[in-house]
Write a protein that binds this ligand. Structure first.
Ligand code: ZN
Length: 161
């Protein structure tokens, strides 16, 4: 069986940034399982995995436009310090979440701290980054009807409802 549309695929990977640092790895955890062909992982990585078999290893380099996009200058927003609890320690680079009108959490990091407000960065932390994945395919299964209908995989390795 080969990696392709409608397959549930398990991969082990380590993600390196351009400076050689490791941003993410499955080394000490379970493999990442995803349903192929449903935009569940970044497009540049998914495309590079197509046609591989279990046991295949690959180095995949992904430009920002095929990963988390370029840094959007409009993705910075000033918010008053009063939105933070009074005893909160506000630090540069600190990740936190803003809530939008629909009560969805938007991940953000603190980019600048002024006297009465902070400038937050709503860009994805990996926006603008060129990524390198060292990846190994460890499992390929047919996805179930239900998984295909939902567009993601279920069960112990996948999406939980
Ligand atoms: Zn589901």
């Amino acid at each position: 069986m080969k990696v392709g549309k409608n397959k549930a695929v398990g991969i082990d990977y380590t993600l390196y940034l351009d400076d050689g640092s490791i941003a993410d790895t499955t080394q000490d955890s379970e493999p990442l399982y995803f349903l192929f062909g449903y935009d569940n992982i970044i497009p540049g990585l998914e495309k590079a995995l197509e046609g591989l078999s279990v046991g295949d290893k690959k180095t995949v380099e992904v430009e920002p436009e095929d990963a988390y996009g370029d840094i959007n200058p409009d993705g910075f927003q000033e918010i008053p310090k009063t939105v933070f609890p009074e005893d909160a320690e506000i630090e540069l680079g600190m990740p936190f979440a803003l809530m939008d009108e629909d009560n969805n959490y938007i991940p953000a990091t603190i980019y600048e701290i002024e006297e009465n407000h902070v400038l937050v960065d709503l860009n994805h932390p990996l926006a603008g980054e060129k990524l390198r994945f060292e990846v190994e395919v460890v499992d390929i299964k047919e996805a179930s009807e239900e998984e295909l209908a939902h567009g993601h995989i279920h069960g112990p390795d996948g999406h939980h409802h």
